[in-house]
Design a protein around this ligand. Structure first.
Ligand code: PEP
Ligand code: MN
Length: 276
């Protein structure tokens, strides 16, 4: 690969180090695997507070929830918008949790940058150059979700726009690609993850929830991803998944989430990593 690419191992062989909290870093020589968890969407203060309490109980430091949801039907729930961002900030501050939330298009990017600790670029927004330009100008970490029709090289090149624009703190998230298979929502591309690990110095986050689309597969996939020695995992969990306003079928209830989470410790121990 051409050495001009700052994402490449030829340019810098060491995985870039990303600061998550005052004392938690991922990438570099940390051997850390970060757990990020929370509902697909923030729906109410009560809902997000229940999730925050569960995370604190399990010593998890990063809360996910979308306030701007990309949907495939105009009749679906599009999220609480800026109100949702404010609630996320309030709960993050109250429970000492870092907030990752998605930006759907460049019209909300400044608000998301202002309220979030980590900015998530939704898979359907990967090519929004307005977003890429805006997030290049902050130093907050940015997690780019690979579009379901993008090659691994393409998502790495999108990351390069942000790095080249001035923000070195990028993460790539594999969340499933579209294949001929219709039994599951998408196909989690673990070969692509191996490619990204081999060729890029960008920390990799795995999202089995969106790839699978059904809660029954999420725990097994999370264990498989953990065994690959990735830098982080992002899992959807909801107090009552059956009434969730988005992605109801794939969200874990708290019991399912905690059972899955506890099963990861022996895996990270076996491969000399720390679950943080
Ligand atoms: C999400 O994280 O809830 C989401 C909408 O994911 P994606 O952008 O990968 O579809
Ligand atoms: Mn979702």
């Amino acid at each position: 690969m051409d050495t001009q690419w700052k994402f490449s191992r030829e340019y810098n062989p060491t995985t870039r180090t990303i600061k998550i909290t005052e004392d938690i870093f991922i990438g570099g020589d940390t051997n850390n695997t970060l757990m990020i968890a929370g509902p697909c969407s923030i729906e109410s203060e009560k809902q997000i507070e229940l999730v925050a309490k569960m995370l604190v109980k399990n010593n998890i430091k990063v809360l996910r929830a979308g306030a701007f949801k990309p949907r495939t039907s105009p009749y679906s729930f599009f999220g609480l918008g800026v109100e949702g961002l404010k609630l996320l900030r309030k709960i993050g501050d109250k429970y000492n949790l870092k907030i990752i939330t998605e930006v759907r298009d460049s019209t909300q990017v400044e608000d998301v940058i202002a309220y979030a600790d980590i900015i998530q670029i939704g898979a359907k927004a990967m090519w929004d150059y307005g977003i890429l330009e805006a997030v290049s100008k902050t130093d907050k970490p940015v997690m780019i979700k690979r579009a379901f029709g993008a090659r691994v090289q393409e998502v790495a090149q999108i990351a390069e726009f942000i790095i080249n624009g001035g923000n070195e703190n990028v993460l790539i998230c594999e969340r499933g690609i579209r294949t001929f298979e219709t039994g599951t929502r998408f196909t989690l591309d673990l070969c692509g993850v191996a490619w990204l690990k081999e060729h890029t110095n960008i920390p990799i986050i795995l999202d089995p929830s969106h790839a699978m689309g059904y809660s029954y597969g999420v725990a097994d996939l999370t264990r498989a991803c953990t065994a690959m020695g990735v830098d982080g995992l992002i899992i959807e969990t909801h107090p009552l998944p059956e009434v969730a306003k988005s992605d109801a079928s794939q969200q874990l209830n708290f019991e399912q989430f905690e059972n899955m989470y506890n099963s990861l410790y022996p895996i990270t121990k076996a491969i000399n990593r720390n679950l943080v």
